[in-house]
Design a protein around this ligand. Structure first.
Ligand SMILES: Nc1ncnc2c1ncn2[C@@H]1O[C@H](COP(=O)(O)OP(=O)(O)OP(=O)(O)O)[C@@H](O)[C@H]1O
Ligand SMILES: [Mg+2]
Length: 401
């Protein structure tokens, strides 16, 4: 397209204002370019649209932590993790640069605030210190599988500019009870020696231990030594614990954490934001993201990531062009492969009966896609969509006449 570089700059500047009307015009231009076969320019516009959609994700907020706030030796590539004496398995993983794993999590307003407050407390160390309170040092993250708990822990370590010591509680539990207590002690001694964030994943394993009817006395000692290790660490370093089963934890455990953050299944805006992020660099249009957001109601963040990757694989393997119709086809195939228990009711209807799905979605106030872009996604003409609607509800046909 002639003068496209100027148009591109105009679009980039305009999209920054997050005005939906402006965005819609850029999408129109994108669709025209796709239709005209101008794929290169269309892809550039799709990238701009995607980037603008995700600009509201949690922004990087790196904290320059003063060396005096968190004490300890720096972790270097030469430092090796402690090991289980029986099996020689490492008791933790050392992540010197959690940034490599730390994509910004998309969180609900409440969880985002709890996480950013913790980071801000460290930014405002001096002001808190003047009032005689330390920043939060312990955080418990809980929520269903795939809701971004581990990702959030990595994000926090990255934002604090600290390496991460990643340990799973079940990995510390040895069949030799004496060894379990020693593993816990060794892990904490190691973490306390270095400037780091200590991550205790699968934290509910400790509660399961407590319920084990065997060797009650010994197990109690192990659990108590873990709680004591947490207490001793409280003034030394930052600790994040993660669990899927928060109900298994008793009040003695909850009390050990300054802050608790609950993550859940993403709501509609969160799903849209994640999909715009995960589907990159596909040149998906807004109607496709809206449709996928709608049908994936009930999916976790990890599910959405999996679906997005599967769609990309389909497009790549079939050598199909990166067009809205092929995105839609790939989405249907990916969802159809999901075990039926996992597929969401709206998605199930879309796969089983596209006519019934269109009729139900077009009558649902929560479905934002208009008839025309929907028809072009499904690869039928608008008249066909109107016919489907009329068939589902004959009063529509009377209106149309
Ligand atoms: N809230 C989110 N924001 C962005 N991406 C997410 C989110 N939730 C899940 N994901 C995606 O799913 C992947 C898996 O998430 P993560 O491992 O953090 O989930 P989890 O809650 O720790 O799950 P599990 O309980 O199974 O350990 C992430 O790497 C990311 O790609
Ligand atoms: Mg996890």
């Amino acid at each position: 397209m002639q003068h496209f570089s100027v148009i591109q700059s105009l679009c980039r500047l305009g999209l920054k204002a997050q005005d939906p009307a402006f965005r819609q015009q850029v999408e129109r231009l994108h669709e025209r370019l796709v239709k005209a076969g101008d794929t290169k320019d269309a892809e550039t516009l799709a990238r701009l649209l995607n980037a603008a959609a995700t600009a509201t994700a949690m922004q990087p907020t790196k904290v320059e932590l003063s060396r005096f706030h968190i004490t300890g030796e720096p972790l270097t590539p030469q430092v090796h993790p402690p090991v289980d004496r029986e099996t020689s398995q490492a008791l933790c993983r050392i992540m010197l640069k959690p940034s490599e794993m730390a994509r910004h999590p998309v969180l609900s307003e409440r969880s985002r605030k709890a996480v950013s407050d913790l980071i801000d407390e460290w930014k405002s160390f001096e002001r808190l210190n003047a009032l005689g309170v330390p920043p939060g040092r312990s955080l418990l993250i809980f929520g269903p599988p795939g809701s971004g708990k581990t990702l959030t822990a990595f994000h926090i370590a990255d934002a604090l500019g600290l390496p991460l010591i990643d340990a799973r509680i079940d990995g510390l539990i040895s069949s030799f009870l004496g060894t379990t207590a020693r593993n816990i002690a060794n892990l904490f001694a190691f973490a306390n020696r270095y400037r780091c964030v200590l991550l205790l994943d699968e934290f509910d394993a400790i509660a399961k231990l407590r319920d084990d009817p065997q060797e009650v006395g010994e197990i109690k000692r192990v659990v108590n030594s873990l709680l004591q290790s947490l207490d001793a660490r409280a003034d030394i370093g930052i600790t994040i614990a993660i669990t899927n089963h928060h109900r298994l934890l008793d009040s003695a455990v909850w009390r050990r954490f300054d802050t608790q953050v609950q993550l859940g299944l993403p709501d509609e805006p969160a799903r849209a934001e994640m999909l715009a992020q995960f589907l990159k660099p596909l040149a998906v249009n807004q109607a496709f993201v809206q449709l996928m957001t709608y049908v994936a109601d009930g999916a976790s963040g990890a599910d959405l990531k999996r679906y997005a990757n599967a769609i990309k694989r389909q497009i790549a393997l079939r050598g199909e062009d990166d067009s809205p119709t092929h995105h839609f086809k790939a989405l249907c195939e990916v969802l159809a492969r999901e075990p039926s228990m996992r597929v969401h009711p709206r998605a199930q209807l879309m796969i089983d009966d596209i006519e019934a799905f269109v009729a139900s979605a077009m009558h649902d106030a929560a479905f934002p896609v208009k008839q025309k872009p929907l028809a072009s996604l499904i690869d039928v003409n608008q008249a066909t969509v109107s016919r489907w609607l009329a068939r589902a509800d004959p009063s529509e046909a009377r209106h149309a006449q």
